[in-house]
Ligand binder design. Structure first.
Ligand SMILES: CC(C)(COP(=O)(O)OP(=O)(O)OC[C@H]1O[C@@H](n2cnc3c(N)ncnc32)[C@H](O)[C@@H]1OP(=O)(O)O)[C@@H](O)C(=O)NCCC(=O)NCCS
Length: 154
């Protein structure tokens, strides 16, 4: 028996790499988020700032989140940013996305940060209402055709 919590964000290693890459959103959602494989490649090329984590429920990989923590970045909108969030197609709608974002916000708090941003491609099927429901508020800024939103941490 183990005391490990069933739902948790874990580091990505050789042991769970295949499971991480296997996290796939619905085909029509691919316009809103990059595949995990691409994100992991970018985690490598941004290894001083990227914080990639696999969301596990028991033995099953159900989602992936990657945050960019770049305190030296000049633009405050990119200093602490939820960069990628993928909940696998068959696991959506079960509060996994909320858990992953709350885990990312907890990590930001642990780092002493007071503000986190996220951006999304607007349009039908976008994650806008998901993020607004979590407490993010639109800043009014659009960057690379993506709307930027922010949340302030307690
Ligand atoms: C958007 C996404 C991360 C949501 O994850 P999820 O696990 O399905 O969402 P949750 O079950 O945690 O939902 C939390 C709340 O948001 C709501 N919600 C989830 N997706 C929503 C959407 N697209 N539109 C409106 N509300 C949404 C849920 O109804 C729930 O509300 P409630 O707590 O009042 O019941 C997931 O659908 C996904 O991976 N989408 C494709 C990729 C994507 O858009 N990623 C974000 C890139 S910035």
């Amino acid at each position: 028996m183990t005391d490990a919590p069933s739902l948790r964000l874990v580091e990505i290693t050789d042991d769970n790499f295949d499971a991480a890459v296997g996290v796939q959103v619905r085909d029509d959602q691919n316009r809103f988020v990059a595949p995990v494989l691409r994100s992991l490649a970018q985690a490598y090329t941004n290894r001083s700032t990227a914080w990639p984590r696999l969301l596990m429920d028991g033995d099953e990989a159900v989602g992936f989140i990657m945050v960019q923590f770049a305190p030296d970045e000049e633009d405050p909108d990119f200093q602490a940013e939820v960069w990628r969030l993928n909940i696998s197609e068959k696991h959506q709608g079960r509060e996994y996305g909320r858990f992953a974002v709350e885990g990312a916000l907890a990590e930001a708090r642990r780092r002493g940060l007071s503000r986190v941003t996220v951006s999304w491609v607007p349009g039908e099927g976008s994650p806008e209402d998901f993020y607004l429901g979590l407490g993010f508020r639109k800043t009014g800024r659009v960057s690379d055709s993506e709307l930027i939103a922010e949340i302030f941490l307690d």
